[in-house]
Each structure stands twice: as structure tokens, then as C-alpha cells.
Design a protein around this ligand. Structure first.
Ligand SMILES: C[S@@+](CC[C@H](N)C(=O)[O-])C[C@H]1O[C@@H](n2cnc3c(N)ncnc32)[C@H](O)[C@@H]1O
Length: 182
């Protein structure tokens, strides 16, 4: 990655407001319970805040430090890193409303997933896998506008199962909720 791009990413102050995909994921996790949960790409903190009702420990990560500092839903444990790279812990539940849009370049880190909508999701999945407990679930969002079949294949190549467990129709696409397990 070019250093000018990296600088832009690290100084990104755009907080992604809770949106259709946030609420779709929220609807599917509100009844999840356990000891520890991780929200990768926590942004506003909306999902981490929701998880804190049913989990004793909740951690949120985000690539953007300024987004974490200015969170609308302040969470107790936030860490600025790629995916879960700074963590050495196995969580019961990991959630991620990841940047999944298919884009030629990564210009907006809140939404741009790179070529086929795979580049950023792949990095996040590789990182999340290492922090998922043996009985844990990793729930993440993608879209039918991205190459979701290739993404599912990638998850399986990492030795995890991957199932589409929920779908939400929008105007031009369907949001997909994927459940990955070790
Ligand atoms: C689509 S927004 C979701 C925000 C929030 N979780 C929600 O559902 O409303 C994606 C978030 O992931 C963050 N992000 C992008 N790439 C990341 C990465 N490699 N590791 C961690 N966070 C990342 C962005 O800064 C942004 O806050």
C-alpha cells in the first residue's frame, strides 16, 4: 500500500453511521449470549454497545483511531488495529460489518472492500480466525454485489465452515449474513 494512502486511512475521521447493514447484523445478534465478544470495524460502536447487554467482555477494534476517539456509542474496550491483529484472545462471538463494496481502489475505508469486494474482507477474516474460540461463531456481512461465493470459498480454505444464515433484500442487492466456525 502507498504511504500516502496509508496516511489517508489513518487520519480518516468519517464515522459510518448505523445503516441498513448495521441494523441487519444487529437484528441477528441481539439474542446472542456468552462471555466474550469482539466487534471488528466497530465504527460508531453501535454493535459493540448492543453486545455489551449480553456479554461480560466486549472489545471493539477499528483501523481508524479518530473514529474510535469520536464514537457515538462509547465502548469500554476499543483498540485501533487491523482486524483483530492486536489481540491474543479467543472470543465466543466475533461480529463484523466489514467494508465489502467491490472497488478498484480503497478510497473510503468505511465501505471499500477492494477488487471483487474481497481484499479487505480477506484480511479481516484471516485476522479474526486466530481470535475465534473452538466453539465460537464469526458473523459477518457481505453483499450479492461482491464476489461472495469466492469469499465463502476463501473462508472454507482457511479450515472454517461458512454458511449464509440470513439475507436482506435492498434495491439493487441482497445483504448476506455469513456464519463462519472453526
Ligand atoms: C461499514 S463500517 C461499519 C461500522 C459499524 N460496525 C456499523 O456496523 O455501523 C466498517 C468499519 O470498519 C473499519 N475498518 C475498515 N477496515 C478495517 C480493518 N482492516 N480493520 C479494522 N477496522 C476496519 C472502518 O473504519 C469502519 O469503521
Amino acid at each position: 500500500m502507498k504511504s500516502s494512502n496509508l496516511q489517508k486511512i489513518l487520519s480518516n475521521t468519517n464515522q459510518y453511521p448505523p445503516s441498513e447493514d448495521t441494523f441487519f447484523l444487529a437484528d441477528n445478534i441481539e439474542n446472542e449470549k456468552g462471555f466474550s465478544a469482539l466487534d471488528i470495524g466497530t465504527g460508531s460502536g453501535f454493535l459493540a454497545d448492543l453486545l455489551s447487554k449480553n456479554f461480560s467482555i466486549v472489545v471493539g477494534t477499528d483501523l481508524s483511531f479518530s473514529v474510535l476517539v469520536n464514537q457515538s456509542y462509547k465502548i469500554q474496550n476499543s483498540i485501533c488495529c487491523n482486524g483483530a491483529d492486536a489481540l491474543d484472545y479467543k472470543f465466543d462471538l466475533i461480529v463484523c460489518n466489514m467494508p465489502y463494496l467491490a472497488t478498484d481502489e480503497i478510497i473510503d475505508i468505511t465501505t471499500d472492500g477492494g477488487i471483487d469486494g474481497l481484499e479487505i474482507p480477506i484480511r479481516i477474516i484471516q485476522s479474526a480466525k486466530l481470535c475465534l474460540s473452538d466453539h465460537g461463531k464469526f458473523l459477518f456481512i457481505t453483499s450479492t454485489l461482491s464476489n461472495y461465493k469466492k469469499l465463502i470459498e476463501f473462508v472454507e480454505l482457511q479450515g472454517m465452515s461458512a454458511d449464509i444464515i440470513s439475507r436482506k433484500k435492498l434495491f439493487f442487492e441482497e445483504l448476506l449474513l455469513i456464519c463462519a466456525q472453526n
